[in-house]
Design a binder for this molecule. Structure first.
Ligand code: MTE
Length: 301
């Protein structure tokens, strides 16, 4: 694997053209008129947006281990020690073991990916993540052929995580992906935002980002990754199976039982803060729809 650092690369170097979400970059490459004309209308409506500010991204968070309020993580997450850090990779892998954060980072290619982020509560942001492909990490451990799913676990340290005194969720926070979802090039482990170390409240030192799924799939501060042949449990599915399925793909046509998923409210953004239509697979339909061909997405929500 190549060892390079994101700062030396421009966005064009590291992000496939189809993934561009930032109108500025398109305009820079094509000239404003051409760029707008080439964009389909529904994409124009949503993607003609600047990324959210670092302040917005790091102030409005969901990280229940630090409390259920949006500002609780920012207030309390400084208590979490993120150094040293290691991730146990086990289950159906060829090289199981504890991988230190430093060793992982020395093997990974860290890039910037500007992704739309859609929370199941119907708010959204645009986030410039720095991270590496989860596939590269899984390949480091070597997935065995019988591995069909990937399970993830967040660190659990009640002394550093005051929110875990409440039974709002069953701790530790756990998540899961099917192997093809985990290996998809859009799926990353984020380690930074705006080229800065990822703030604790956003899931330091590494958190999952799966941009076509609702935000709760983005498990934070990961300490264990287990390759298995069975669909793993997920925290929100355990808490409310009727409301939160295993797949959790962003889908404007399948409502959450208590509210519509057809539109979203952009956090921040003044003029742009009015509700916008939510796009199928959060706008990544072209890249990921084939993963779900033949599946009834109402049943597998
Ligand atoms: N991971 C852990 N460990 N604990 C959590 O409470 N919340 C999830 C997800 N990952 C959560 C978590 C939810 S509901 C969302 S919407 C996203 O993190 C929010 O990520 P952000 O705070 O970086 O925007």
């Amino acid at each position: 694997m190549a060892r390079r650092w994101t700062n030396t690369l421009s966005h064009e170097d590291v992000t496939p053209k189809a993934l561009f979400l930032n109108r500025r970059q398109l305009i820079a490459g094509l000239g404003a008129g051409t760029a707008m004309a080439l964009m389909p209308r529904d994409v124009r409506a949503q993607d003609a947006l600047e990324p959210n500010t670092f302040e917005e991204i790091s102030s409005y968070c969901n990280y229940y281990e630090f409390g259920t309020g949006k500002s609780d993580p920012k207030e309390h997450a400084h208590m979490l020690t993120t150094q040293p850090w290691s991730v146990t990779i086990d289950g159906m892998v060829e090289r199981p073991g504890d991988y230190s954060f430093e060793d992982i980072m020395s093997e990974m290619t860290v890039e910037e990916r500007i992704y739309r982020f859609r929370c199941v509560e119907a708010w959204s942001m645009v986030v410039p993540w720095n991270g590496f492909e989860l596939a590269d990490l899984l390949n480091l451990a070597g997935v065995a052929p019988e591995g069909k799913y990937v399970a993830f676990e967040t660190v659990l340290r009640p002394d550093e995580m005051p929110g875990t005194r409440s039974r709002v969720l069953d701790w530790p926070y756990v998540e899961g992906l099917r192997m093809d979802e985990a290996m998809h090039p859009l799926t990353i482990m984020a380690t930074g935002i705006y080229d800065q170390t990822i703030p604790n409240q956003n899931g330091a030192p590494m958190r999952l980002v799966v941009p076509w799924k609702y935000g709760f799939k983005s498990i934070k501060s990961v300490v264990r990754i287990t390759v298995t042949d069975e669909q793993p449990p997920t925290s929100w599915n355990k808490a409310g199976p009727r409301e939160y399925g295993f797949y959790s793909n962003v889908n404007p046509n399948v409502d959450h039982p208590r509210w519509s998923q057809a539109t979203e409210r952009r956090i921040g953004g003044g003029l742009f803060s009015r509700r916008q239509p939510t796009l199928m697979f959060n706008g990544y339909e072209e890249e990921v729809a084939s993963l779900y061909e033949g599946m009834d997405l109402r049943e597998f929500y």
